[in-house]
Design a protein. Structure first.
Length: 132
């Protein structure tokens, strides 16, 4: 992967697969695309950045999909979800998503990515950096 990319350390869920240094969605499946890396981080302010590329829209998106989001990212510290982001179709096509979060005390960091199965997309890069 790219310098410092976490893609190699991520695990794939029932709706994801690894292909030469990227993770992509498994055809039309709903569920977790990727999760991990359970990396210990210390107190501070951080930013998770993901780079997406949308390959195609697989099915007409129902209102339900648009309300729930085509994909969702959760940032988990220990066992607490501390940040959530719904991804719109525009974000999947535009490519870059940044999520800032605070870590109050040392904990294990996990990022979970869920998909509704409506779009075929790939995650080309994912990095986390301390911003304060």
């Amino acid at each position: 992967g790219k310098e410092g990319s976490w893609i190699d350390s991520m695990s794939v869920g029932e709706a994801g697969m690894k292909q030469n240094k990227i993770i992509c969605t498994a055809s039309q499946k709903t569920g977790l695309v990727m999760y991990g890396p359970y990396l210990p981080i210390s107190k501070g302010k951080f930013q998770v950045s993901l780079e997406f590329a949308c390959r195609k829209i697989l099915r007409a998106t129902q209102l339900n999909d648009r309300l729930k989001g085509h994909a969702k990212i959760k940032v988990v510290l220990g066992d607490q979800v501390i940040a959530k982001r719904r991804l719109t179709q525009k974000q999947l096509f535009d490519g870059n998503v940044h999520i800032d979060f605070d870590c109050e005390k040392s904990a294990s960091l996990e990022v979970r990515l869920w998909t509704s199965g409506s779009h075929e997309f790939e995650i080309r890069n994912m990095v986390t950096r301390r911003i304060a």
